[in-house]
Design a protein around this ligand. Sequence first.
Ligand code: MNH
Length: 426
Amino acid sequence: MTARRNVLELIPAIATRQPIVSGKTGVSWHMVMDPTALRRILKEKLDDYPKSVTTKLILNPAIGDSLFVAEGAHWRWQRRAAAPAFAQRHVEALGPVMTAAAEASCRRLSQARGPVDLFQETVAATFDVISDVTFSGDGMFDRDAVHQSIDAYIAQTAKLSLMDVLGLPAWLPRPGRLFSGPGLKRMKAIADQSIAARAQAAEKHGPPDLLDLLLVAQDPETGRTMTRDELRDNLLTFIVAGHETTALTLAWALYLMAFAPDIQEAAAAEARAALGDRAATAADLGALPLTMRIVNETLRLYPPAAFLSRTAQARDTLCGRQVNPGDTVMMPIYALHRHHLLWDRPDAFDPDRFLTAPDRYAFLPFGAGPRICIGASFALQEAVIILSTLLARFRFARVPGREPQPRMILTLRPEGGVWLTVTRRD
Ligand code: MNH
């Protein structure tokens, strides 16, 4: 029963001390924590390790055969077509949206009396960002309706057995129709309306957002463009994949700041020196190296995507162990990031460990190889802009007795929220 409540409890303690842990519970499974083997799965033998059957089962009804779940040629052309939308100059051009979201978050926090749930707050902030860069400027876009639909979708997702997420066998009952709820239908309908409206709209001002860029996205090799359904599924993918993950990063970062007042003060000093009274912009990133290290150290200790899984297609050997077609291959990023052979004092919060770059395949908050997160630089820019702006203006302190417990339901969430007291610095 505990396993059903929290995937983290499924990861055996030895997973942070051994390169691979295997077992058989119906199907054979392997948890891989060895950088060389992870490189093989994610890069060298990509086609032999597609995303797990159950990952697809869960996500397909929501986001179709979009970038996140597609395989082979159908994945490849979508990735090529979408890549320019996430190129550095486009991400930088979306900076003002992130700065505005940081300002709005500060306004809300200024009103706060008593402890605040910072997870709720960062969810609101990252939702401002993702909704602005997908359906910005559309008169008919009903932000609250979309937000409610997504919440309903995530709540529904949370109900499903975690065993399904892992691709583990059916020794727990599985819920029947997972995604028949009205939330999902509503979300799709709103997205369809926005896309139709945008396609008809005359010239829009301002930098192109993700919807504009996907409307003109084209596979450079075949010239293929996205159908309306593919476009909608990919936009929803960006919203689902990019909204909660970034909110979690920010919430866990603030939680860690409350536990490390010295580091919080240093980060606040860095932010105030770089920003003065203004909110951070994309151009400030270079002047905020400590904030970036804090974000990376947060992603190490609390990786939002704490558990990735694949279904093996071919016979292979990983860390000397035989892998057969059909085996579930899990990558417990949470255990990798706290592995005793890979990290010095793995459970300690120490942003300065990122003064030197870690082994590429020992640090995988965004995955790696061809299927690495397409939104990684978008997410990092957003996290640093919002975190530095908040730290420059507010002090965050823990509320004893209200520490959140990490709990894994698709993403690594702080059970009970991240309650902190927030006080203005000036
Ligand atoms: Mn994101 C893939 C983590 C933000 C869109 N993302 C992945 C993967 C990880 C991941 C891990 C690879 C999964 C796997 O190999 O099984 N993503 C994150 C984290 C954050 C994040 C930790 C924030 C922090 N992601 C974002 C944002 C967007 C986004 C923001 C879009 C706006 N992610 C994606 C898409 C993919 C992906 C799309 C699938 C890419 C592919 O398969 O080609």
